[in-house]
Design a protein around this ligand. Structure first.
Ligand code: GDP
Ligand code: MG
Length: 139
């Protein structure tokens, strides 16, 4: 059910820096069930579409460049109150402002290269999950 799911990506910086296992461990420990998961690399067009809402922002080009420079781990996660609880687990967009023990505080390097994505609403969680996965890849 969409209301209990969120979508995440472990971003290229965290994959490059070898944090995939530690981040998945924290996600698991926080009680999220993996509905779907894969390692993939976004094309420029994928990133421009996925982050389309930010197309007028000054950092858009940098964001697309970053998100396409290497592989990511994409996943759909399930838990009660998934969207909000996952945003709490990852912390603020800027790691300098992220709460102690959050994934971004621990593993992000900057406001741009901030280790993980988390959907911001149930509606976007469904859209973003469907962007990366077909129904046959969700369990
Ligand atoms: P999120 O929902 O916490 O991921 O943050 P936003 O939706 O506001 O922004 C989407 C993504 O764009 C962030 O996770 C960052 O990777 C990137 N981003 C946001 N603000 C900035 C910025 O000021 N500079 C750069 N380079 N990237 C940013
Ligand atoms: Mg966002």
């Amino acid at each position: 059910m969409a209301t209990n799911r969120t979508f995440t990506m472990i971003k290229p910086d965290a994959v490059e820096n070898g944090h995939t296992g530690a981040i998945l461990e924290k996600i698991n420990a926080a009680g999220f069930r993996i509905v779907a998961m894969k390692k993939t690399q976004m094309t420029k067009r994928d990133a421009e579409t996925f982050y389309g809402v930010h197309s007028e922002r000054p950092f858009f080009g940098e964001l697309v460049e970053f998100m396409t420079r290497g592989p990511i781990i994409a996943a759909i996660l399930e838990k009660d109150n998934a969207v909000e609880d996952f945003r709490t687990l990852i912390g603020a967009t800027n790691p300098a402002e992220a709460a102690e023990g959050t994934i971004r505080q621990l593993y992000a390097t900057s406001i741009g290269e901030n280790a993980v994505h988390g959907s911001d609403s149930d509606e976007n969680a469904a859209i973003e999950g469907a962007f990366h996965f077909s129904g046959r890849e969700m369990f």
